[in-house]
Ligand binder design. Structure first.
Ligand code: SF4
Length: 439
């Protein structure tokens, strides 16, 4: 018998998709029975009360979670998001319902032992409810009470060799794709770089000192499995600077129907007989892919590394050999000013483990120095960039200007410059200009 009646929530179970309501009910029932005889350290009816307070919110049309009270563990400024209910008498099981963010491993590879240990810990000291994974990428442990936090932290760090993730105005838990562990397109070892920068920037992760949140994400190729370009303040996207490798025999096999396009994956459509002009030539965004006389030719200097041709004919085309990554800056979800994609800051940089990724760290630290100096409170770097101009960031970080950083031609014909940017001999300059243009 359910502790609270939940007619509104029950409707959420009626659609064709799995429902979180069913999951919470299952956990509430399991805790009510407690067949394993667990010694729950927070009220066993926590999931039941969670359903109750959510139903009340739906009835009232307003949330019953309140702000207030910073909670955390000793020495860390982030990692736990405090949450309290404004109806603790009615729902004592969720009087506190703090969220604990736990760093996920790079590429999200787990051992079953780790997952079992995590579930045991959360059954004992939390609600038993998790979110695998939150949108930043962390393991999200939903709902515990203040006295449990240090215990959870001790267990995670001492016995499970793990750590809390980021929250608040700090570096958020960095996230990487599977990279070289499974993917033939990986242009650099995204997991290695993610792990290295996570270790290097422990202080920035755990002690909030930034104007606002800051996210790193690592995609080892432009297919972008962690969508770094849209979801991180600084994205590291694998790329190559030489030519796409072409196997003309395999091209002929695709055209002749011997090899299925798109690696045989139908992706919800019938490819029919493979038409290389329709499927690749016409869809190349920069018009640099040609198919003439039964052969493929690519004008590589125009290629924007979109991956479309490679994804469509993976046995015939392959990423180049001179590999590294591009660094893009400033993506964010809508906060004040609408969503924003990252802007290209560094077109190509080597990802060099031998020098401990120092060149990349120099860029990271240059970006942070500028933002910490110029950023307003609660301003994402993408917003600072827009407010002060992208050129200000490029200059501050000490990167060379590059035409590839230009998104589109300027709309404003006026050019502004500072006196110290020209040598001051205006008459000489204007005369030379006039001579050149014969005026
Ligand atoms: Fe064209 Fe994209 Fe292939 Fe480059 S990767 S040749 S831009 S389809």
């Amino acid at each position: 018998m359910a502790k609270h009646k939940t007619p509104l929530l029950d409707q959420l179970e009626s659609g064709p998709w799995p429902s979180f309501v069913s999951d919470v009910k299952q956990e509430a029932e399991a805790r009510a029975k407690n067949e394993k005889g667990l010694d729950y350290q927070i009220p066993a009816d926590c999931p039941a009360d969670l359903l109750g307070v959510l139903e009340l919110s739906y009835t009232d049309g307003e949330t019953h979670w309140k702000h207030g009270g910073i909670v955390g563990v000793f020495g860390y400024g982030g990692g736990v998001i405090g949450r309290y209910c404004d109806q603790p008498e009615m729902f004592p099981g969720v009087a506190h319902f703090h969220t604990v963010r736990v760093a996920q491993p790079a590429g999200k590879f787990y051992t079953t032992k780790f997952l079992r240990d995590l579930c045991d810990l959360w059954d004992l000291r939390g609600s038993g409810l998790t979110n695998m994974h939150g949108s930043t990428g962390d393991i999200v442990l939903l709902g515990t009470q203040t006295p449990q936090l240090e215990e959870i932290f001790f267990e995670l760090t001492h016995n499970m060799n793990n750590d809390l993730g980021g929250s608040g105005s700090n570096l958020r838990t960095p996230a990487a794709c599977m990279g070289m562990s499974r993917c033939e397109y990986a242009c650099y070892d995204s997991q290695e770089l993610c792990y290295n920068l996570t270790q290097e920037y422990q202080d920035e992760l755990h002690r909030p000192a930034f104007p606002y949140k800051f996210k790193f994400k690592f995609d080892a190729c432009p297919n972008g499995c962690v969508a770094a370009i849209a979801r991180s303040d600084l994205s590291f996207i694998g790329t190559w600077r030489d030519n796409i490798k072409i196997d003309q025999e395999a091209v002929a096999a695709y055209v002749g129907g011997e090899i299925a396009p798109n690696a045989g994956a139908h992706a919800g459509r019938d490819w029919g007989k493979f038409d290389i002009v329709k499927e690749v030539v016409d869809l190349c965004p920069s018009g640099c892919f040609k198919y003439e006389g039964g052969k493929v030719a690519i004008d590589n200097k125009e290629c924007v590394r979109c991956m479309h041709c490679i994804n469509t004919m993976p046995q015939a085309l392959h990423i180049g050999d001179e590999r590294g990554c591009s660094i893009l800056c400033g993506a964010k979800a809508p906060i004040l000013d609408g969503p924003q994609m990252g802007s290209l800051l560094v077109p190509f940089i080597e990802v060099n483990k031998d020098d401990d990724f120092q060149a990349i760290k120099d860029v990271v630290e240059g970006v942070w120095d500028w933002w910490m100096e110029e950023g307003k409170n609660r301003e994402r770097i993408g917003e600072t960039m827009k407010r002060l101009g992208f050129a200000a960031l490029v200059k501050a970080v000490g990167i060379d200007f590059d035409p590839r950083q230009v998104q589109e031609p300027r709309h404003n014909p006026y050019i502004f410059w500072k006196a110290d940017e020209v040598d001051g001999d205006w008459d000489r300059d204007i005369n030379e200009y006039r001579k050149r243009h014969q005026r």
